[in-house]
Ligand binder design. Structure first.
Ligand SMILES: [Fe+2]
Length: 494
């Protein structure tokens, strides 16, 4: 199989930063076993790395945005020092309709919506954003929210949709839902352009809907992620919106309201709408949460702590927030982030917030998922390089944060490498938080090929202990998860 930069079958390739180099689509669905490895693949690394991302199947009509492409899952299964790669598109309703039509049918994010169509309905749910393992299957999800597709973790065959309960049909479930490994629950939020603009829900370990609560917002918002603690969920209302007048004309134009606060809703996991408590903070915008947990302070009061990687708030010459620069960064997939913490005191209602680290520029925070919702010590983030080209965010390396000491270790192998979100994979039998590996795709631009790099989580600075050579290019993409061997063996579909 060739390793060409652009596949030969891609005769419709058009020059576009979001479809060039490491972003270029891959059109082959392949299975490749016993992959070549540089270094030694650890025998105590057993499980599956799976990542979602866009790979447009049909030539776009008009302008293409990185977020528009059809969702494609890429998995690497590790077993006793051997690796198998597999990739498949998520067979969404939209992709099936376009395959039948033989062409693109939906406009992209940069295009005008069809006359009169509400944004809720006008875009294709590409299911290209996140992937999680729950109740024996993979869930493939879309950042704008929509039907969640269920996928066989072994073959990556699309099975159907999660929304079998009629109460879930039509909800726009966000890509960034959370799985609590302690209870087996899948905690999600949905959002959209219709009142009440947000819902919070919990699906039990058996797949049954346990809770669904409306969360009333003042208007349509653009939340991206949420957090869970052992007992609560934290939902986001940032002052970033689609300009209402542009929206009414079928276009998307971001607006940041610096006169509005950031608001977080804290709701007991199985609570009701009247139990929601709102906490206000400085105006900011954030895509991804690293983790959240409950802490009891010296006064015996419970505080909720949430850690994440918001955009840095750029300042103008007068010291005030430079809104245009912030919007330019967000709108062009620029990368300027901080590690940041918010604290919400459930007893007094008091809030605190502040920068944890603004020295390194990192995003896509991952943790040992056994610590989801409880206090963790380590996060593994992607080190962000300065973009060379607009709309080509450069994932330049990896960073391990030690939240206890405040230390950070960064690894950057030099020019020409593009990383991907890299989840933590525990070593077989591990009991300590960082006893394991960080596993992620790397586009090796020097050798013109994709690889998977396996790095010892306790020695990030050493670089990869093993590099798996992949049979085809994996287009630059979004979110991923690690599925342990014991989870795979309990999977519903073999
Ligand atoms: Fe995301």
């Amino acid at each position: 199989m060739g390793l060409d930069h652009i596949p030969a079958d891609q005769d419709w390739f058009v020059p576009n930063a979001s479809m060039a180099g490491p972003f270029a689509p891959t059109h082959s669905e392949v299975v490749a076993q016993d992959l070549q490895v540089i270094g030694d693949l650890p025998a105590d690394l057993n499980g599956m790395y799976v990542r979602n991302g866009p790979s447009p199947a049909h030539a776009p009509h008009g302008k293409y945005h990185w977020f528009d492409g059809d969702g494609m899952l890429h998995s690497v299964r590790f077993q006793g020092g051997r690796a198998t790669y597999r990739n498949r598109w998520v067979q969404t309703d939209g992709l099936k309709a376009e395959t039948e039509a033989g062409q693109s049918l939906w406009p992209g994010l940069k295009e005008r919506m069809p006359e009169g169509a509400l944004p809720d309905d006008a875009m294709k749910n590409t299911s290209n954003t996140d992937v999680k393992f729950h109740n024996g299957t993979l869930y493939s999800m879309w950042y704008r929210g929509g039907a969640v597709y269920t996928v066989d973790p072994g073959s990556l065959t699309t099975l159907g949709k999660l929304e079998t309960d009629p109460r879930l049909v039509g909800l726009q479930i966000s890509a960034h839902s959370r799985v609590d490994e302690a209870t087996g629950e899948f905690v999600f939020f949905a959002y959209g352009n219709r009142h009440p603009y947000m819902h919070h829900g919990v699906i039990g370990a058996d797949g049954a809907l346990k809770s669904l609560v409306p969360v009333e917002l003042p208007g349509p918002r653009l939340p991206h992620d949420m957090a869970i603690t052992r007992n609560y969920s934290v939902l986001h209302d940032f002052p970033l919106i689609n300009n209402p007048e542009a929206l009414a004309r079928g276009r998307y134009s971001l607006e940041f309201r610096q006169d509005w606060p950031t608001r977080f809703a804290v709701i007991p996991r199985h609570g009701t709408a009247d139990q929601i408590r709102w906490f206000e903070f400085q105006p900011r915008y954030m895509l991804h949460v690293a983790n959240a947990w409950e802490e009891v302070n010296a006064q015996g009061e419970t505080e909720i702590v949430m850690l994440g990687t918001p955009y840095a708030n750029p300042r103008g010459y007068d010291g005030g927030l430079d809104v245009q620069r912030l919007l330019f960064t967000i709108g062009t997939q620029g990368t300027d982030y901080e590690l940041y913490q918010w604290r919400m005191n459930l007893t007094t209602g008091a809030t605190r917030e502040g920068i944890v680290d603004d020295i390194l520029n990192t995003e896509f925070p991952m943790i040992n998922t056994r610590y989801q919702g409880v206090k963790n010590r380590y996060t593994y983030n992607v080190l962000m390089g300065r973009p060379r080209t607009l709309e080509q965010p450069h994932f330049a390396g990896l960073v391990k944060y030690d939240l206890q000491t405040g230390a950070a270790l960064a690894y950057h192998p030099g020019e020409g490498y593009w990383f991907s979100e890299a989840p933590f994979a525990p070593r077989d039998g591990a009991t300590e938080e960082d006893d394991g590996y960080v596993v992620g795709f790397v586009w090796n631009g020097l050798a013109n090929r994709s690889e998977v790099w396996v790095t010892d989580a306790r020695d990030i600075a050493k670089g990869p202990v093993a590099r798996v050579i992949l049979p085809q290019r994996v287009p630059h993409g979004f979110h991923s998860c690690w599925v342990r061997d014991d989870q795979l063996s309990a999977a519903r579909v073999a």
